[in-house]
Write a protein of this length. Sequence first.
Length: 280
Amino acid sequence: MKREDLISLLNEAFEAGFITSSVQSQIDTMRRGLKMTEEEYRQLEDDVRIDTYIRKVKERERKGVTFMGDLRKQYKITEDDRLRIQERFDRAASAAPQKTTKSTAPVPPAARTAPASDVLARSEQLKNHAPGMPAEEVSAAAPAPAKKKAAAAPPPSPAAGPLILIADDNETQLFLTRKTLEESGYQCVTADTPESAVRIIAEKQPALVLCDINFGIGRPTGMDVFTNTRTKKFMMPFILVSAFIQKEFMEHAKRIGVTEYITKPTEPDELIAVVKKYLK
């Protein structure tokens, strides 16, 4: 039994909104197995509760929702909690790189011309227009065919980009991440279990791995997949992508040698920037 299992259980409980009596029974069993004091457990529970609240707030903000009163009530956010949350945001803001530093990893034109969610519109734009040019300009710039009956030559196929493995048990997350990467020229293969991720790494040896941490209670974690990968001497960049923002997760990932740890939800341009850093 590991501390990460208890954190995973707490995360799932708070994501659902509350801790049921059956979940509390599992928590008590885990606490005894870990020999955790009441004070240590309360501190851990508070950290997970606040982390979950922050994730929910960010999700609402991305949807344009500004009312958070029900969330504060649901997650029992006190004045002391608010101060802790503000301190956490202040630290994150001071540690975050300035926007200008992201110029080293430019987002491809296709990703700049339309939001990530508008994949159909972007696909149609790329199919019918040259990137960054209106249709009429494309038509004017195109040379006239030598003969009226001559068939137009098909455009050259773009070179296939590096292969990336995306491992996550969330179907929506897999779809969105794959779309973002494929629209930027990368090839993708997906896995929805840690076991299939290990198998694909051995069989296909992708250029880079994006792997979730939590695949469910009692299942191997993304960190286990990483350890297995390195044990078998596969040294491709391995990036953990997780909703867990607890410091201990990030420190453990760094300690065992994970290439990078990024937190969900990720913006498309941020994801591409991280990938480009390792696949130049």
